[in-house]
Design a protein around this ligand. Structure first.
Ligand code: ADP
Ligand code: MG
Length: 292
C-alpha cells in the first residue's frame, strides 16, 4: 500500500473504532479467510452474572454461595466478579480465606474455617479426586442453557454448584452474519466446558467450537488451522490470548481487554465491537486497490 492509502485506511479505521498498528496490519487483513475467536470478553461482554446456586449433600444455598464468594475475593477472573457481586446482592457475608490459590483455567482453592474449599470446573474436581457424578445431570442442564457451571467442594466432598451466564455482546450476531457473508469460517475457542460452549456456539451460528482449551493452548489451535492452509485472524481480549494473537497472521485485540492482548495484536477494536473486523477488511481491500 502507498503511504497515502495507509493514512486513509488508518483515518477511516479510527472513525469506526478500528486501530491498525502498522501498514502490514492493513495489508494483511484482506487475506483473512478464518476468524478464530475467544468467547469470554470477545464474543460475550465478559461480565458474567450469577444465575443459579444449587446446594448438595446437606449444605444450603447460602453456605454454598458464601464459600464460593469468599474464595473468589482473591481472584481477578471475570467469573470471580460475577460470584462476589451476586453474593453481595443476595446478602451473603464472606469468610476469611487462608492459603488462597488460583489454578489458571480451572478454578480457585483455599482454607476456610479449617476446611479445604475448592471451586472450579470438572477438570479441577477430577484432578483432586472429587466425585461429581451425583450432580452431573443438574450441571449438564445448566450448561445446556449456555451457563458456565462450577463445582464447590469442601474437604474433598461436593457441596454445591454455582452457574453464571455471560451475555453475548449486542453487536456480535451482526458481526458474525457479516463475516459469514464475506465467506469467513468462524472458530470459537474457550476454556469453558463443551456443553456450555456448544450452546453459545449454536446460538451464534459458529462454524466450529473448540472447548476446554487450557490457557496456553489457544495458539496451538491457530497453528493447526494455519497448517491446513487457512489464513487466520485471531480475536481475543485476555492475557491468555496473547500467544494466539501473535501466532495468527492478524491479531485482533479488544480495546476493552488487557494491555498485553493489545500489545500482541496488529488491530485493536477500541470498543470491542466485532463489526470492526468487517470494516477492517473493507479498509484493507480499499487500501490495496489504491495501489494500482
Ligand atoms: P475462558 O477461556 O472462557 O476465558 P478460563 O480458561 O479462564 O476461561 O477458565 C476455564 C474454566 O475454568 C472456567 O470456565 C471455569 O469453569 C474455571 N475457572 C477458571 N477460573 C476460575 C475462577 N476464578 N473461579 C471459578 N472457576 C474458574
Ligand atoms: Mg476472554
Amino acid at each position: 500500500a502507498t503511504p497515502m492509502s495507509v493514512m486513509v485506511a488508518s483515518g477511516k479505521g479510527a472513525t469506526f473504532g478500528v486501530l491498525f498498528r502498522d501498514a502490514e496490519a492493513i495489508e494483511t487483513m484482506r487475506k483473512v479467510d478464518t476468524l478464530v475467536t475467544d468467547k469470554t470478553g470477545t464474543l460475550t461482554e465478559g461480565r458474567p452474572r450469577l444465575q443459579d446456586v444449587v446446594a448438595l449433600n446437606g449444605y444450603d444455598e447460602a453456605d454454598v454461595l458464601r464459600l464460593a464468594a469468599s474464595l473468589e475475593r482473591g481472584s481477578e477472573h471475570p467469573l470471580a466478579a460475577a460470584i462476589t457481586q451476586g453474593a453481595t446482592e443476595r446478602g451473603a457475608h464472606p469468610l476469611a480465606v487462608a492459603d488462597f490459590e488460583a489454578i489458571p483455567g480451572k478454578g480457585v482453592a483455599g482454607r476456610i474455617d479449617g476446611q479445604r474449599v475448592t471451586l472450579g470446573n470438572d477438570a479441577l474436581m477430577s484432578s483432586l479426586g472429587i466425585d461429581i457424578a451425583a450432580s452431573s445431570a443438574q450441571a449438564e442442564e445448566l450448561r445446556a442453557q449456555g451457563k458456565t457451571t462450577m463445582f464447590v467442594a469442601v474437604d474433598g466432598k461436593l457441596s454445591g454448584l454455582v452457574a453464571v451466564a455471560d451475555p453475548v455482546k449486542q453487536t456480535t450476531p451482526q458481526a458474525i452474519a457479516a463475516l459469514h457473508e464475506a465467506g469467513l469460517r468462524i472458530v470459537m475457542l474457550t476454556g469453558d466446558n463443551e456443553t456450555t460452549a456448544n450452546a453459545v456456539g449454536a446460538e451464534l451460528g459458529i462454524d466450529e467450537v473448540v472447548a476446554g482449551v487450557l490457557p496456553g493452548q489457544k495458539a496451538q489451535t491457530v497453528r493447526r488451522l494455519q497448517a491446513q492452509g487457512r489464513f487466520v485472524a485471531m480475536a481475543g481480549d485476555g492475557i491468555n490470548d496473547s500467544p494466539a494473537l501473535a501466532q495468527a497472521q492478524v491479531g485482533i485485540a479488544m480495546g476493552t481487554g488487557t494491555d498485553i492482548a493489545m500489545e500482541s495484536a496488529g488491530v485493536t477494536l477500541i470498543r470491542g465491537d466485532l463489526r470492526g473486523i468487517v470494516q477492517a477488511r473493507h479498509l484493507s481491500r480499499a487500501a490495496m486497490r489504491n495501489m494500482h
